[in-house]
Design a protein around this ligand. Structure first.
Ligand code: AFP
Length: 338
């Protein structure tokens, strides 16, 4: 079978009228930056990139050296290309404007440069997550308010998982596609087109150590899965938890399953654990485009009206039928459904 590179794929999408030249170039630049992040992560201890950076990000989380390096790689790669009005990142409080010496474009890029970074030092998969929005017409100086658009307006979303292989998963709203990095050639090659997530599953991912802090409908849902064949669901379920969202989502993209980071008493005041704009929204777009579902347990993630760049939300995503059951239990508990 003839292999199709990411560049060829993007040209085909342009010819089909599904992306414009600026967006396709932007994705090429992001993919190139991610190849550099892959090289840095692959070096491990030999590259001097492991461990703490000795700084904290704006969410008060300790930054790893690779968090900082990955953020710089993405910012630098995207500054000069002319496709962007501004970038926003988990690692920076405010959006970063494009320097005056470079041309500006019509897109806004958001990213989590290195998701799952607490896994770096133990050599477990980490990843980059990104989302692309259109900069509102007439805006020459893009600020936070211009980024606060619901996930339904995303033009593109993707993630790269740095695991045994480096894999890019991408959507422009016309299906979800996977590309695997051919390290010898240095190109991402299309490895799966139009991925479909099975509607049924018997595998779920959740951090069980938070169980006692969950809300009653979450206790009920997971309790029923744990009861297995003898419980109300009448079948046994298996559990996985990598603690890198990219790796857990990639498993779902590959063999189905569900992922939950629900509200719990510890994180309730923050609204959740995961970030809406550069974690939940891009992943929800990718999952829905593959036939899965993504909710907060109560609402469709993509329809949320963001209120802050670093806003946190509960995340339920994956195989449709299970996400519907878990969401239904929450709505019933709230009295919204009988
Ligand atoms: P880090 O980037 O700080 O490692 O956080 C990873 C993450 O945001 C997401 O990728 C995981 O699914 C989740 O947090 C893991 O959360 P727990 O620490 O509760 O397992």
């Amino acid at each position: 079978m003839k292999s199709i590179s990411l560049i060829q794929f993007l040209i085909e999408e342009r010819r089909a009228g599904r992306v414009n030249a600026e967006l396709s170039l932007l994705i090429e630049v992001v993919a190139r930056a991610c190849k550099r992040i892959a090289v840095a992560t692959n070096k491990g201890a030999l590259g001097g990139v492991l461990g703490e950076a000795g700084t904290g990000n704006i969410q008060g989380e300790a930054q790893k050296k690779l968090d900082v390096i990955s953020n710089e790689i993405l910012l630098e790669a995207n500054a000069w290309g002319g496709q962007l009005a501004a970038c926003a990142s988990e690692e920076m409080e405010d959006p970063q404007p494009i320097p005056d010496m470079y041309p500006k474009g019509n897109h806004l890029l958001l990213f989590d440069p290195l998701d799952g970074s607490s896994n770096i030092d133990v050599n477990i998969s980490v990843g980059t997550i990104f989302s692309v929005l259109r900069c509102p017409d007439g805006v020459t100086d893009a600020k936070t308010e211009h980024f606060l658009q619901p996930g339904t307006t995303q033009l593109a979303a993707g993630y790269v998982v740095y695991g045994p292989a480096t894999v890019l998963v991408l959507t422009f709203g016309h299906g979800t596609h996977e590309f695997t990095l051919d390290r010898e050639v240095g190109s991402f090659i299309l490895s799966r087109r139009d991925i479909r997530i099975s509607e049924e599953t018997a595998e779920f991912a959740i951090n069980m150590s938070n169980q006692r802090h969950w809300e009653p409908p979450m206790q009920r849902y997971i309790g029923e899965l744990l009861a297995g064949k003898d419980g109300p669901r009448g079948k046994d379920f298996n559990m996985r938890w990598v603690a890198s969202m990219v790796a857990d989502v990639h498993r779902i993209i590959t063999r189905g399953g569900t992922f939950f980071y629900p509200l719990d008493a510890k994180i309730k005041s923050k609204g959740g654990k995961l970030r809406l704009m550069y974690e939940a929204n891009p992943m929800a777009f990718i999952i829905e485009q593959a036939g899965g579902a993504a909710t907060t347990g109560r609402e469709r993630i993509l329809e949320l009206q963001p209120t802050g760049l670093h806003q946190r939300v509960p995340v339920f995503l994956g195989s449709k039928n299970e996400i519907e059951v878990a969401t239904h239990y929450h709505l019933v508990a709230d009295g919204a459904q009988g």
